[in-house]
Design a protein around this ligand. Sequence first.
Ligand SMILES: *Cc1c(COP(=O)(O)O)cnc(C)c1O
Length: 349
Amino acid sequence: MAGWKDYIRRVEPYTPGEQPKQSNIIKLNTNENPYGPSPVVCQVRENMDDLRLYPDPSAGMLVESLARYHGVDADQVFVGVGSDDVLAMAFLTFFNSDKAVLFPDISYSFYPVWAELFRIPYEKQPLDASFRLVKEDYYKENGGVVFPNPNAPTGIYEPLDFIEDILQHNPDSVVIIDEAYIDFAGESALSLLADHDNLLVVRTFSKSRSMAGLRIGYAIGNPELILAMNDVKYSYNSYTMNRPSLILGTKVLEDEAYFQSVIRKIITTREWFGNRLKELGFTFPESGSNFIFATHKTVPARELFDAAKEHGIYIRYFDQPRIDNYLRITIGTDEEMQRLVDFFEEYLK
Ligand SMILES: *Cc1c(COP(=O)(O)O)cnc(C)c1O
């Protein structure tokens, strides 16, 4: 075998949810928002000729809008190409010791992939039997802590005093809270920034802001953390954010009313859909997200997943220990959820 093959960086890649090409399906498998982004994005008339120019490497326009929106200083905001890019940069920047980084065994499956890619030691901490994080597991010595709140794919939200306990026990590590779904849940950890210089809060425009296709994510933390992340970013690729994303991302922040109305609609749908699921014999932890993580009392998840797909409804199934009898179902429109309820009703008869 040729010697160069020994030098390839071999990694086991993350498997994203399917993005089927057909248009006549109901897509409830990757937690996208069923509603479009704010109509204000249609008012943007970008001069296409400007695309010949590099974008602002500091993404200044979007950074400043986000700072204003969240009431923080601009030097506390880092933006990237989706929160996946932001999280990858944060792993590379902060998880740089010989000690293991800690995250839950059932969580966002990209974390172990980045850890492997960047050769970061890590140790998964098991969720308890009801899929709750056990905060004491994160009190031991470590090289960093990361978890989503609400957690994915469970949807469970932990209140701020829980997060604060973990921060207090980790003054020497960076603690990353991945708030991809926070807008569907409760209070954000942003309010803890004032007292914890080791906290990094990561957010995305992909779920609650209906802009997965634009790839916008950001992190908020103390200026020293943000500076360190920018140094790493500028050592890798200066122009991560493209011009249309900078402009459209800035624009949608102006339309708070639309944003709030979309979130209210999804939460309302989540509640009635959850009640219907219960009537159909499913159980699930209370969701603080735009999905429900459900298991059926008699029919295996795998079977339901396959049958729903056959029927043109895509939901998510993880063939993983502990959760291989669960389905993660994204909350779509009322009509889409009704179609899924009708399908389950028929199938489970
Ligand atoms: C969807 C998701 C992300 C990534 O979202 P981007 O589209 O890259 O912004 C990050 N973390 C969790 C927990 C997610 O579910």
